[in-house]
Design a protein around this ligand. Structure first.
Ligand code: HEC
Ligand code: HEC
Length: 167
């Protein structure tokens, strides 16, 4: 058998080593290329402006949140709705979730708050739980307050209703 022949074995070993070396070089080259592409400063405009990272700059006050209790239209069906009420001082920690004091299914009748939707009960495997799933526990990772300020960056968003073929 060829596998037992020492010369054949040596050739196979050398080929394997060569392939490994080539893979290493390719990984290095592509690694450098993608690291350059993913440079966050180039993709996202810096919110800090041109200030050097370690300087202590004057920070403008936060925008005034809109707290009129009017539920805002969503710009597309999957948008996490913006929060139309104040969330000042609401604790959202490992042990306390103030949001769920009103938005949990069991409390909605008393609070008048809309229940978290069914997607908030599904874990990452699609299993439906009886309470909010861990991946939806930190509400403010997705839901933000609507703030009364001009957009930070230009925006050319078009409603899905206004694009595409008209009937
Ligand atoms: C005291 C009760 C209460 C608490 C606490 C509360 N909410 Fe609400 N939430 C409401 C009510 C009531 C509404 C319906 C609109 C209104 O009256 O402001 C609402 C509306 C919302 C909406 C808009 C839903 C839609 O369909 O437009 C979101 C999003 C929301 N809340 C998220 C949160 C988050 C996140 C927290 C925690 C940081 C929170 N809420 C804490 C009572 C509460
Ligand atoms: C991973 C992102 C994410 C997190 C975390 C999250 N939500 Fe949502 N939420 C959404 C999206 C997306 C929608 C709209 C689509 C849907 O209903 O799933 C939504 C919808 C809602 C609605 C409107 C429901 C309706 O039927 O109109 C409420 C209220 C709400 N979320 C409250 C909460 C609260 C309270 C928490 C924290 C316990 C929370 N969400 C955490 C993404 C999130």
């Amino acid at each position: 058998m060829r596998g037992q022949d020492p010369a054949g074995l040596r050739v196979t070993a050398m080929r394997t080593l060569f392939a490994l070396g080539l893979a290493g070089w390719l990984a290095l080259i592509f690694g450098i290329a993608s690291a350059q592409q993913a440079d966050p400063v180039r993709i996202v405009p810096r919110l800090t402006g041109t200030a050097p990272p370690m300087a202590s700059e004057h920070i403008p006050p936060l925008g005034r949140p809109i707290v009129d209790d009017v539920r805002r239209m969503r710009n597309y069906p999957e948008q996490p709705p913006v929060i139309p009420h104040s969330i000042d001082g609401y604790q959202l920690t490992l042990n306390a979730n103030r949001c769920m004091d009103c938005h949990r299914r069991e409390f909605t009748e008393g609070s008048g708050a809309p229940m978290i939707s069914v997607t908030h009960f599904q874990d990452r495997d699609g299993q439906v739980l009886s309470d909010v799933t861990p991946r939806r526990y930190f509400c403010t990772a997705c839901h933000v307050q609507q703030t009364d300020v001009a957009p930070l960056v230009p925006n050319t968003f078009q409603d899905a209703h206004d694009v595409g073929r008209k009937p």
